[in-house]
Design a protein around this ligand. Structure first.
Ligand SMILES: CC[C@@H](NC(=O)c1cc2[nH]nc(NC(=O)c3ccc(N4CCN(C)CC4)cc3)c2s1)c1ccccc1
Length: 273
């Protein structure tokens, strides 16, 4: 391309979602008719929340990542009011909407999603990227039901400035809620939380108040309801991830070799509807 992209290159469709700092629309590149998701962030918001450096770093990371379970950032451009990110379009929408609709997922789907996440996280950790913010809202599905991590909340290996504790504590590991130094193993903890939520429909330490959730996390107050019926292997994997001592959590490699994953995950990473 001679010149960069501009808004004139795209026909904007319906809004897909909104986050703290922006909105995402489905869009079609005029010449190729290629469907993408266009994320729009207003520069006044970037200034107001002073997130220039964070945005720049996250876009550099996101552009450098290329993995089947990580949503691609194809490129970006800006005009005087807005920054636009040209993102891969995930046709299946948000995984958590499917979770809320079905209540809970089959062991096959849950294992396939956990394996996809473990693969994507192993890839990120090789590139010194810790995600730290994996939750169902950030997980999308493509047209074949393949999981895609969609989020710019990546942080590089070093412990970046603390995020304000906005939103739910449910997915944060003990060392994060206790504001201790944390490393890659926080993502392994989160995998345990997600695996539990995929199978039971709610995260394990959910409570009425943030204070009670905090208490349940730091205590690792893990209990398994009697319904829906969940296999012992699945419970074994969850128990070996939700371990307070981060050095004792099952590694990503070991997750992929776990009997429950081997038995239930679809190696293609796809889930039929
Ligand atoms: C993860 C949040 C993040 N989102 C992205 O970056 C996003 C990037 C991206 N690419 N493709 C998406 N697709 C959808 O959002 C989508 C939603 C519903 C769909 N369906 C509705 C039900 N129907 C039956 C099938 C089709 C299909 C696609 C999204 S969201 C974000 C961050 C900041 C601001 C806005 C959004």
């Amino acid at each position: 391309r001679r010149r960069g992209w501009s808004i004139a290159d795209f026909e904007i469709g319906k809004p897909l979602g909104r986050g703290k700092f922006g909105r995402v629309y489905v869009a079609r590149e005029v010449k190729s008719k290629y469907i993408v998701a266009l994320k729009v962030i207003f520069k006044e918001q970037i200034d107001k929340y002073n997130i220039h450096h964070q945005l720049k770093r996250e876009m550099e990371i996101q552009t450098s990542l290329s993995h089947p379970n990580i949503l691609r950032l194809y490129g970006w451009f800006h005009d005087d009011q807005r920054v636009f990110m040209i993102l891969e379009y995930a046709h299946g929408g948000e995984l958590f909407k499917e979770l809320r609709k079905c209540g809970y997922l089959s062991e096959q789907k849950a294992a396939t999603y956990v394996a996809s996440l473990a693969n994507a996280l192993a890839y990120c950790h090789e590139k010194d990227v810790i995600h730290r913010d994996i939750k169902p809202e950030n997980l999308l599905l493509d047209h074949e039901g393949r999981l895609k991590i969609a989020d710019f909340g990546w942080s590089v290996q070093s412990r970046s400035k603390r995020h304000t504790m906005c939103g739910t504590l449910d997915y944060l590991a003990p060392e994060m809620v206790e504001n201790k130094a944390h490393d890659y193993a926080v993502d392994n903890w989160t995998l345990g939380i997600l695996c539990y939520e995929f199978l039971y429909g709610a995260p394990p330490f959910e409570a009425e108040s943030q204070r009670d959730t905090f208490r349940r996390i730091v205590k690792v107050d893990l209990t398994f309801p009697s319904t829906p019926p969940v296999s012992a292997e699945a419970k074994n994997l969850i128990t070996r991830l939700l371990v307070k001592d981060s050095s004792k959590r099952l590694s990503l490699q070991k997750i992929l070799e776990h009997p429950w994953i081997i038995k239930n995950a679809n190696p293609m990473g796809t889930c039929d509807k």
